[in-house]
Design a protein around this ligand. Structure first.
Ligand code: PLP
Length: 397
């Protein structure tokens, strides 16, 4: 049993705020500030360069990776924390292509986060050699996988609608066609049970600052199936991925296992923050998180549809086809979200018309869901989206 009253007490949320944006930036867990300040003072300050050995900074990416591994159904030693999601995507995509033989097609879908498509477009351009990115509609992905596909590159949970791809069956389909499966778990890790090992995924990446609460710009993570970790060659190498970084050989020789997915020096302060943030997951069962997230989101949908008739559900209605977020369409979604934020309910907006709400049982209860709908109903009734102040667009939406 997971005790959500206990986990809720582990977070520092501002009073009066209902936070429905943990899918974009997780809130601050209580132990993080103290841990970062200890790392700064007692390690960096007191140990100086000796911290790399004495505090084992050098092993932190793997140690943090092993803690994330439990949350994504990966064996120990197959996950590493570090770099950004985008950089990790470039690494796994080029690593996957390096073991994919003579095929040249990377297949993804139009519901993918555009960033991932940009990374793929630029990766195939940089590799040259006839590689190309093919984009199909999410519903058409399954039938588009054929024997021309080298790599299937998908994000499990759609960033806008929350639509959930079936990782196991699509990976199986890819393997049957002789392709390699790369999964982006940005909106899945910490949101729902994931079984990378059971699904036989080849490579995966995910975010440290969303459901894992590692803080703005936290290190991301990267997974590589042991079989590929022996021979995959990402097109980004650096001394930390070398078999012997301190031999200072002139020739690059990738290290064993997940080590070869490292590139440069890890950001120890951010890594310490992420490591401390992961404490909140100790003793948490992802199945319980999933069950609770479905209860919260079902209640939210039911109440919003009953009380805010202008909003149209953009997420799959079937909770088993959804991640841990719920989205509604509304023409004035941006302004409405600004008004809602001003009323103390923080969600976010994705162009052109999606209001997005994330449900994170570790620190959200049914009371929060009902408060959020009360305030949303009030915004809708009073047509607050018409206030000019809410139409001003900030750089980050
Ligand atoms: C959040 C997110 C990213 C973020 O990538 P960064 O490198 O951290 O900017 C990438 N892909 C997906 C699908 C995301 O949801």
């Amino acid at each position: 049993m997971t005790d959500f009253t206990r986990t809720r007490a582990l977070f520092d949320l501002p009073a009066g705020v209902v936070y429905l944006d943990g899918n974009s930036l997780g809130p601050l867990p209580k132990g993080v500030a103290e841990r970062v300040s200890r790392t700064v003072r007692d390690e960096w300050g007191a140990m100086l360069i000796r911290g790399w050995n004495d505090a084992d900074w050098i092993g932190l990416p793997e140690r943090v990776g092993d803690r994330i591994a439990r949350l994504v159904g990966a064996p120990k030693g197959t996950v590493m924390a570090g770099d950004s999601t985008s950089v990790n995507l470039f690494k796994v995509l080029t690593a996957a292509l390096s073991v994919a033989g003579t095929r040249r097609v990377v297949l993804s879908d139009s519901g993918n986060f555009p960033n991932d498509l940009y990374v793929a477009q630029e990766a195939v351009r940089a590799l040259g050699m006839g590689y190309e990115l093919k984009i199909a509609a999410p519903e058409a992905i399954e039938r588009t996988i054929d024997e021309t596909v080298a790599v299937l590159m998908l994000t499990e949970v759609d960033y806008r609608t929350g639509r959930l791809h079936d990782m196991k069956s699509l990976t199986e389909k890819a393997h049957k066609a002789g392709a390699i499966a790369v999964w982006d778990l940005c909106h899945s890790a910490g949101a729902l049970p994931i079984d990378l090992d059971g699904a036989d995924a080849d490579f995966a990446i995910g975010c440290g600052y969303k459901y894992l609460n590692g803080g703005p710009g936290a290190p991301a993570f990267i997974y590589c199936k042991p079989e590929w970790a022996k021979r995959a060659a990402p097109a980004l190498g650096g001394w930390m991925g070398h078999a012997e970084p301190f031999a200072f050989d002139l020739q690059y020789r990738p290290g064993d296992g997940i080590t070869r997915m490292r590139v440069g020096t890890p950001p120890i302060l951010s890594m310490a923050a992420l490591d401390a943030a992961l404490d909140v997951w100790d003793g948490v069962d992802m199945k319980a998180v999933r069950a609770r997230s479905i209860e919260l989101s079902e209640c939210f949908i039911r109440e919003v549809e009953a009380r805010c008739s202008r909003l149209e559900l953009a997420s799959p209605r079937d909770p088993s086809r959804r991640g841990s977020q719920v989205s509604f369409r509304f023409k004035h979604g941006y302004e409405t979200m600004q008004a809602l934020i001003a009323a103390g309910v923080i969600g976010d907006f994705r162009a052109p018309d999606i209001m997005r709400f994330g449900f994170t049982p570790l620190y959200l209860g049914m009371d929060d869901v009902l408060t959020a709908v009360d305030r949303l109903e009030d915004v809708m009734k009073r047509r607050l989206w018409e206030e000019p102040a809410y139409a001003v667009r900030a750089k980050v939406t």
